[in-house]
Design a protein. Sequence first.
Length: 90
Amino acid sequence: MLSYSSEPIDDDDDDPAPAPGNDTLIGMERARQIAAAHAGVTNPVFGDCELDDGKYEIEFFANGIKYEYEVHALTGAVLSYESEPIDDDD
């Protein structure tokens, strides 16, 4: 089974800083759009999605692949992502 995972290098453990005076969350729907666009997917089927510790954790499926994304809740930056083929043998 092939899989792919990526996380940005984080030397100082700081999340991307929001614009000064902007503490409004981007919202789950926008976070989903960002994750799907990043993956190049046009018709994802979303699974578990939640806001946790300042980031949206998003799971979706498309074209036989499972994707997991973390999107910064204030800036919309993709913090990490993984993808792997769906194993139909389960």
